[in-house]
Ligand binder design. Structure first.
Ligand SMILES: [Zn+2]
Length: 345
């Protein structure tokens, strides 16, 4: 995998609805690696192998991240914000943030105090971003209402191939589908293979809807991060025993297609790769749910990358898991044939 490009993506701001800079980078990266690269009106980039092939498989990773949006400016020049996606307001006070303005990145510090630090019920409307402005007029010279905001946290490598950074969710998924498509080309994939970096997963699901409606795939695979049960993770009883560093995760739930799942398991077996299993009781909360219900309906599966501390300023994942997700998906792309029958009986 191209680790430098991965880190470049992770350093780029892509708050839901404001993914253009990231999508452009993916478009340029894939130009010489796919048979065709397209961009739609939302900015979703789709890289394609064998665009004329009638049997189509679509793998999607979402390019957007959670964050804040500037909603108002106080008379003191501090910024107020509303949430974009599932943020935790208590993770913001005391942190540096980046504000993505039309003239580039502006930095701010989120106000903190003893009272704020003790407030477990802190709401997003309680946050105040200090950009050093003298007053409202001064702030509005640099910031527009609607500008998006992320934590100002960079990528750092940890021990044993672990990596930490902001919003690995799900820029690592967008990276994985693209790298897998490039690998599938080398493996001689024969069916129509589509890798999409979707917009809007954290808020509206619009990118997955636009993309799947246009591609009309026979199979869809969502590639997204998932919660783990290790290191302050969630209950094993709820979602299964899932840990960072132990490989890609396949999901069992009522809507995930069992035959697609077993094809993915066959691929892992051929590669000698361990996969983990998670459970979801209803929808998956990913682009898979959206792609599933487009057109005449699309059988789908979910390949998840285990991730600690999801939606926090510093998430933790593993480069080994990322590489294995690439390998698994490349093998899946390359193993499909036009007569793949998905009927259960
Ligand atoms: Zn996600």
């Amino acid at each position: 995998m191209n680790r430098e490009f991965l880190y470049e993506l992770l350093e780029t701001g892509s708050v839901s609805g404001n993914e253009t800079e990231l999508e452009k980078k993916i478009y340029d990266y894939m130009k010489d690696k796919a048979d065709l690269v397209t961009v739609d009106e939302l900015g979703c980039v789709t890289a394609v192998l064998n665009p004329a092939a009638p049997f189509k498989v679509l793998a999607a990773g979402h390019a957007d991240e959670i964050g804040l949006m500037v909603s108002a400016v106080g008379s003191d020049g501090t910024l107020m914000a509303t949430k974009i996606g599932g943020i935790y307001p208590t993770t913001y006070p005391g942190h540096k943030v980046r504000i993505y303005t039309k003239n580039g990145i502006l930095y701010g510090a989120v106000a903190n105090s003893r009272d704020i630090a003790k407030n477990a019920d802190l709401k997003v409307s309680d946050l105040r971003i200090d950009i050093g402005a003298k007053d409202k007029e001064d702030a509005l010279r640099y910031v527009e209402l609607g500008d998006t905001v992320t934590f100002d946290t960079g990528v750092r490598e940890l021990l044993n191939g672990y990596v930490t950074g902001r919003a690995l969710d799900d820029r690592i998924g967008a990276f994985i589908v693209m790298e897998a498509l490039a690998e599938a080309k080398k493996k001689g994939a024969a069916v129509g293979c589509y890798a999409a970096a979707t917009t809007g997963e954290e808020t509206t699901g619009n990118g997955a809807y636009f993309t799947a409606s246009r591609v009309k795939p026979d199979i869809a695979v969502a590639v997204d991060v998932t919660y783990t049960s290790d290191n302050c993770g969630i209950s094993e009883a709820l979602t299964g025993d899932v840990a960072v560093g132990k490989g890609p995760v396949l999901c069992n739930n009522p809507s995930i297609h069992k035959k697609v799942n077993s094809l993915l398991r066959d691929c892992a077996r051929r590669l000698g790769m361990a996969v983990q299993t998670e459970a979801a009781s209803g929808q998956t909360g990913t682009d898979g749910d959206t792609m599933h219900l487009t057109g005449a309906g699309v059988p789908f599966a979910l390949v998840s990358i285990p991730l600690r501390y999801m939606h926090n300023p510093d998430e933790v994942g593993s480069l080994k898991d990322i590489q294995e997700c690439i390998d698994l998906l490349a093998e899946f792309f390359a193993s499909l044939t036009a007569d793949t029958d998905l009927k259960p009986f």
